[in-house]
Design a protein around this ligand. Sequence first.
Ligand code: UT7
Length: 323
Amino acid sequence: MIRSVVQGCGAYLPARVVTNDELAKKVDTSDEWIRQRTGIRQRHIAAEGEFTSHLALKASERALADAQLKPSDLDLIVLATATPDETFPATATRVQSALGMTRGAAFDVQAVCAGFVYGMSVADSMLKNGLASTALVIGAETFSRILDWNDRGTCVLFGDGAGAVVLKAETGTGTSADRGVLANALHSDGRQHDILYVDGGPSSTRTTGFLRMEGKEVFKHAIVNMAAVVTEVLDRAGLAPTDIDWLVPHQANKRIIDGTGRKLGLSPDQVVVTVDKHANTSAASIPLALETAASDGRIKKGDLVLLEGIGGGLAWGASLVRW
Ligand code: UT7
């Protein structure tokens, strides 16, 4: 039984930090409103000329260093993003070239805030099928470029950043004691398009467009779908909520994160929260949170880690990983 085992992880955040108070000078909002409704205190914003591929490259280099591997060891890059450098080619190919990786395949997956769990699932399937042996899975975004900075309902919620993990195919026993990805679960529901989308694109408006969201509606779907998908992925692995060591959720809103943790019966200190510092970085939020908890020593070898996320599509999913 092939398992996709995490060899290392890395993250990168742009240097510029924008606080809630700074935003309150530009739109009709307040630090108090943003903190109470979302838990966000600040976000990082990419500099002029700093693209998604640049953030992805830095996170990838750190992940490779953590894994003690070289770009030439890789034969797959899966990059989850909704904010590619260009309409085509895939931003993953920019990262491939910047890393100096010349073999294998590099492509993007587009599942917005669920992108990282989609990417993990795609890479895991390819490793299991022998299509690749060592993969870089990246979540990288520059959402600041698709925000309507006059819309206080959305512009205060998002930030830029990137995170990456290196997965390597290893032989396991097929039991839930194995290290690596134990199970994945993915879903989408295209009927919910209108509650979270970008009002532009190459085929429709020939513009990039801006993010539009009915926050309250997304919130309701997030609570219901996250509870269902975490149960599904645990069932697939034959494990129970009590087996979980760490919940590393998509970082959109502290209230959604707390709700999922409570439903699983986890104590708050088993839930990794970075939304206060990073805000919602879409596909980057899960690997950024993972890297935070791995590098500060919370997540240890052998721990059971549950990743989950939901975003535009709607698209959602979960991955269960033994670290
Ligand atoms: O990553 C993709 C997944 N996305 C999510 O999971 C986001 C899910 N949704 C949410 O996190 C929350 O719905 C929000 C944080 C977006 C909004 O919180 P809410 O408690 O649902 O607030 P609301 O949208 O119902 O707005 C409440 C009030 C409104 O004013 P009135 O109509 O009550 O007078 C808004 O106009 O807050 C107002 N408001 C703001 N006030 C100050 C909305 N945005 C702001 C703001 N500052 N930035």
